[in-house]
Every structure is written in C-alpha cells, then in structure tokens.
Design a protein. Structure first.
Length: 318
C-alpha cells in the first residue's frame, strides 16, 4: 500500500520540479551554444554575432563552444547528449546535417534534433591563390582532364556543401578531383596559403569578408549572382550545372519542453529583426535568409533527396 501511495506522490514531485525548471529558465544559468566548426568560419561568425542579441532578448549568457569535426557530427552528438532543459543549443548546417546519414552510421539520431530557425543561406565558391595558374574555373577543368586527381580541394568534411559542389563539378565536367577535409574555413585558408591544396571551397559570404588580395574566387554555385559578389560569374554561366549553398541556423533537442523551444524561437526571431543585428550582419558579410524552424524542417526531405542523388551519381561512376 505504501508503494502504491508513493507512485502518485513521486509523479507530483516530478511535475513540480519540471514546472520550477520552466519558471527559472532561462536566467538560472547560461545557455551553451555549440558551433560545429572551427572559429573564424561562416557558422562561427554568424553565431558569435547573434549571441549578444540573444543575451539581450533572454537576459542570460550565451557562451560559444566550438566542437569541430566529422562534418558537424561531433557537435550534434554533444547536443543529443545534453540535458533537454533548454540550456544547450547547437548550430545546424545543411547539407552536412542531411548528407552524413547517407553514407555512415551516426552516433546520434537526427530525428531527435529540431531546428529553431534558419538564419543564413550562402552560395558556395571555389577559391585559389591570386597568383595561381588557375585564373578561371575553365582552367581548373582543363588541367584536371589532363591530370586526374591532381587538383586538391579543401573542404570542411564529407557531405558538406563544398564537398557536394566538388562532386557536382566532377560529374558536370567529367573530371576527377581530390577532396581534403579540414575542421573549418580558417584551417582551409591556411592550407591554401601554404600551398598544401590547389583550391578551397568557401561560401561567398566568407570570401567577401576575406582579404581580397590573398584569394581569387573562380565561380559561385547559385542560380543567380549573390549581391555579395555581383562580379563573380555563376558556374552555370560558365557551362557547369553546379548549384550548392550552405544553410546555417540553430537547433535544440526535440524533447526540450515545447514552451522553452517556443521562447528560443521567438528570441531568435526578435534578434534577427533587430536593425542593429542586421547592420552587424551586413558588416560581417552574413547573407541573412530567415526561415522558421518548421518551414526549414519541411524543406529538408526534398534537399536530402537531391543530395542523395548526387552521391548516387558518383557511386555509379566508381
């Protein structure tokens, strides 16, 4: 009988503790923001720019923790292992978040991670040193046809937008390139400047905020030219069907209480709408392209299907 009485009592205590946690959130302690790539890249800059505005909206701190590696899997695994109390969020990047489930067994369940909002969509580009013998994308293609595998491309990991752009170019031009993974854009830039790779995959926003005397962009992988690089031709203009961009946003565990996820989403919405944030984003070359978490989630299945088709094309040729 004592055991029967203790069950409803325990349930009541648990419910009371949950209610207290909701009441204290978010000011009881900081909200850790995990970044899936190394410092200095587009994702890191975006979230470090956003963090102070979220701190204002939620009256708490947002310390940034970089957990690069495995195309983002390390960060997503850390998020999935955090307590579902709304005190841990993570960057969310596609295509990597989608493509990593195509070709390997993951240490986390993607279904347990829910987008809060998409903040950026940034088309890709390939970058070389300014004095490189490759002055155009056509130069790269011509050389690669004569020297299969000799052109090395720095990426931020298997299945990332740079890697998928490389795969598309291989398929479109009938060439063979060599991917070299790094933990972030800054590491890739260092490798290029040191002559360790032929070219690197960046996003237009990352290129636009780089030292223009140190790098040369060859083409951008979008349907239309980005306003951040209006003089840079698209790959399609040059005759190569390569379309690829990086989508960047925030995510939380799906089992975080709905009320907390709603408040996180509202805080992101308010921060992005702040004219002061928009001005800082412009200064940092952050191409804002807001989408709600629900809308971004709804668009992901079609994106996953397209990325899967890209991988299948390459496997068919191997």
């Amino acid at each position: 009988m004592k055991a029967l009485i203790s069950l409803p009592l325990a349930a009541a205590l648990t419910a009371g503790m949950a209610s207290a946690a909701l009441a204290d959130w978010p000011t009881d302690r900081p909200i850790e923001m995990i970044v899936a790539f190394a410092p200095g890249g587009g994702t890191d800059i975006m979230l470090r720019t956003l963090a102070p505005f979220l701190e204002t909206e939620l009256d708490t701190q947002f310390p940034v923790l970089n957990r690069p590696g495995a195309s983002g899997e390390i960060a997503y695994t850390a998020l999935s292992q955090a307590r579902p109390d709304g005190h841990t969020v993570s960057s969310l990047n596609t295509p990597g978040f989608l493509t990593m489930r195509i070709d390997r067994k993951l240490r986390f369940d993607p279904a347990e991670i829910c987008p809060i909002a998409r903040i950026v969509e940034d088309p890709g580009t390939f970058i070389v040193q300014p004095d490189s013998k490759f002055q155009s994308l056509e130069d790269v293609v011509a050389f690669a046809k004569e020297h299969p595998g000799a052109v090395s491309v720095a990426t931020t990991g298997m299945g990332t937008d740079e890697h998928l752009a490389m795969l598309q170019l291989e398929q479109a031009a009938g060439i063979d390139l060599t991917a070299v993974p790094f933990g972030g854009a800054n590491e890739a830039k260092t490798a290029l400047l040191g002559g360790h790779v032929t070219m690197i995959g960046l996003n237009v926003g990352e290129y636009a905020t780089s030292d223009q005397d140190s790098f040369r962009a060859l083409a951008q992988f979008s349907e239309e030219r980005s306003t951040l690089a209006p003089d840079l031709p698209t790959a399609k203009e040059l005759g190569y069907d390569v379309i690829m961009s990086s989508e960047r946003g925030l995510a939380a565990r799906c089992d975080v209480p709905e009320e907390i996820r709603a408040r996180l989403s509202a805080a992101v919405d308010a921060a992005i709408a702040d004219p002061a944030f928009q001005e800082k984003a412009k200064q940092q070359g952050i191409p804002l392209s807001y989408q709600s978490g629900a809308d971004w989630s709804a668009a992901m299945p079609a994106r996953l299907e397209r990325y899967t088709q890209i991988f299948q094309l390459i496997k068919q040729e191997q």
